[in-house]
Each structure stands twice: as C-alpha cells, then as structure tokens.
Unconditional design. Sequence first.
Length: 82
Amino acid sequence: MPTLTISLSDHLSNYIVSKCQDQPALSADDLVAEGLRLLEERDRQLRDFVAQGADSGTPEPGDEAFDRLQQKYQAALQDAAK
C-alpha cells in the first residue's frame, strides 16, 4: 500500500491524538481512513441527491411552488375547522 504524507492543522492533529488516546485500538491510519470513507459516502449521497433532482422533472419557480403549497395547507386548515 502506498504511503502518503499529509500536513494537518494543530487542531486536527490534536484531535487525532485525542481520539487515539481515548480508543487505544484505533490508530491514526484507521481514523483518517474512516474519515475519508465518510467523506466518500457523503459525496455519493450528494451525487444521488443531485441526480434525483435532475430526474424529477421541470423545475418550478420557488414563489409559485410556495404559493401552491400555501393554498393547499390553508384549504386543509379550513377543512379541518369545519
């Protein structure tokens, strides 16, 4: 496996040291790998979210959508009050 050297801020370096002291079975390598795995997962979720938005149809202007929703919920409140 290739070795990669990185520079971290004092804050991040101290955080890694602290986490490794709190969990002796956890190495700095493990911690960084888990952080990167979570970042990868977040990126995948973001790509999926963007794809869902692109596949959801023609966009509607925000003010029109808000007006439509406001009318819908006002009607529901009136029906509930009857």
